[in-house]
Design a protein around this ligand. Structure first.
Ligand code: FCB
Length: 437
């Protein structure tokens, strides 16, 4: 790598990230079914109908995975707890085996000097709650807060930081408007309700955790830089609106107590009753904000219904996902979030990394280059005065990349999905060298 730990402020947290459904194996340990299981079982949704039954078998191999992180010299591990593993029916009786698992995992992190950074919801909604309308149902904020209480009563005394929800845009827009992720809806009313309830859920879960005395509470949003596809004023408007629903909507709710006007032009008629009165709940004080960043998009106008825009291919080099590599976007968002919303709160890059068709024995130089460029962008932001407090690599392991199945490899560690053997990649070794004390 072209940086070392000493290029960063004292206490800066280098971390790796995963999420429960993507690595644990949901057929083990009494976990309930999730809407990803049923989404994957429906033809056409997921490449080869792949699912998370076994995934990386982290449920049984977690000690090896924590050992690998310790050997890499990381300071922290960003993981998520599965709602359906903790509460198989979404509510009611907890699964003790599931609570025991996260208890062991957190102790295992602490024993290895890894700070536990927990996310409570990284997309595996229990089917019993999906049956009740999932994120469309206003009661979900109470269900999420109750789940937050159950899991945090068990591990909340030992976590370094906690966030209720990973990537509100993906939970709401990608899953209820674009239909690409579970529950696979394409409906503007469903999307508007989910956009709002994901934030009321966030607020109530923060309240529940704070009431238990859990420290260092934050939010994790994802960001994409929206370039107009060409020089026309129409493309500028289209890109602006994409930026609105993607980058400005959730931060507006969390930090300004309002949603952006341009987005509300389309969503207002479809919002849940009384949404205007929920901003006190949504805007709970936060201790930090996390940014997940991967790419930029080129946005063009289309005919047809609001928001009347589409993505077109761009000119930059691309990852295995087909995502353009644009580190300047990360630099932009760190400064922009700090200046316009968080105004001094510590910012964490909570996800950044790339997919690459890695093979054992072939160095993943492309990933090393990608990470150098993006970590460099964060360094520039720090030089500008942005309080960036940590950097999290997505992902520790090759894993279940949602609708794209197991083919897209994001890991610093290669996983053979037949034997489940772990093999650190060149990027892992390069980071271990950069992070050595
Ligand atoms: C993010 C998700 C994560 C993974 C990466 C590639 O949007 O949080 O689970 O899928 O993208």
């Amino acid at each position: 790598m072209d940086f070392t730990r000493s290029d960063f402020p004292e206490g800066f947290q280098f971390a790796a990230a995963t999420s429960s459904y993507q690595i644990e194996g949901h057929s083990f340990g009494g976990a309930g079914k999730t809407h990803w299981d049923t989404f994957a079982a429906t033809p056409g949704n997921v490449v080869r109908a792949e699912h998370g039954d076994i995934a990386c078998d982290h449920y049984h191999r977690w000690e090896e995975d924590l050992d690998l992180m310790q050997a890499m010299g990381l300071d922290a591990y960003r993981f998520s707890t599965s709602w359906a593993r903790v509460l198989p029916d979404g509510r009611g009786t907890p699964n003790q085996e599931g609570l025991d698992f996260y208890d062991r995992l957190v102790d295992g992190m602490l024993a290895r000097g890894l700070n536990p950074m927990v996310t409570l919801y990284h997309w595996e909604l229990p089917v019993a709650l999906a049956d009740l309308g999932g994120w469309r149902n206003p009661d979900i904020s109470h269900w999420l807060a109750d789940y937050a209480t159950v899991i945090m009563e068990r591990i909340g005394d030992r976590v370094f930081s906690a966030a209720p929800i990973n990537e509100p845009w993906c939970v709401a827009w990608l899953s209820h408007f674009m239909g690409h992720h579970a529950p696979g809806l394409r409906d503007i009313r469903a999307a508007a309700h989910a956009m709002h309830h994901v934030l009321t859920g966030h607020g109530r879960a923060i309240q529940a955790m704070r009431a238990l005395g859990v420290k260092n509470l934050g939010a994790v949003c994802n960001f994409e830089y929206a370039h107009p596809a060409d020089d026309t004023p129409q493309a500028a408007v289209a890109a602006q609106l994409y930026d609105g629903h993607y980058n400005r909507f959730f931060l507006g709710g969390l930090f300004h107590g309002a949603y952006p006007q341009d987005v509300m032009q389309g969503l207002a008629p479809h919002m849940p009753k009384g949404w205007e009165n929920d901003f006190a709940l949504i805007g709970q004080p936060l201790d930090w904000c996390g940014l997940n960043y991967y790419t930029c998009k080129r946005i063009a106008p289309t005919d047809g219904a609001w928001p009347a825009h589409t993505e077109v291919a761009g000119p930059l080099p691309k990852t295995q996902m087909g995502w353009e590599i644009y580190p300047d976007g990360l630099h932009h968002f760190l400064g922009w979030v700090h200046e316009n919303y968080t105004k001094g709160l510590p910012l964490y890059v909570t996800e950044n990394g790339m997919a690459h068709p890695d093979q054992i024995g072939v160095p993943d130089q492309a990933r090393i280059d990608y990470l150098n460029a993006h970590v460099g962008a964060a360094r520039r932001a720090i030089k500008d005065g942005v309080p960036v407090a940590g950097y999290t690599f997505w992902s520790l392991l090759d894993n279940y990349e949602w609708a794209l199945g197991y083919e897209k490899r994001f890991g610093l560690i290669h996983v053979d999905f037949d034997t489940l053997d772990r093999t650190p990649k060149a990027s892992y070794h390069a980071l271990a060298k950069a992070l050595a004390r």
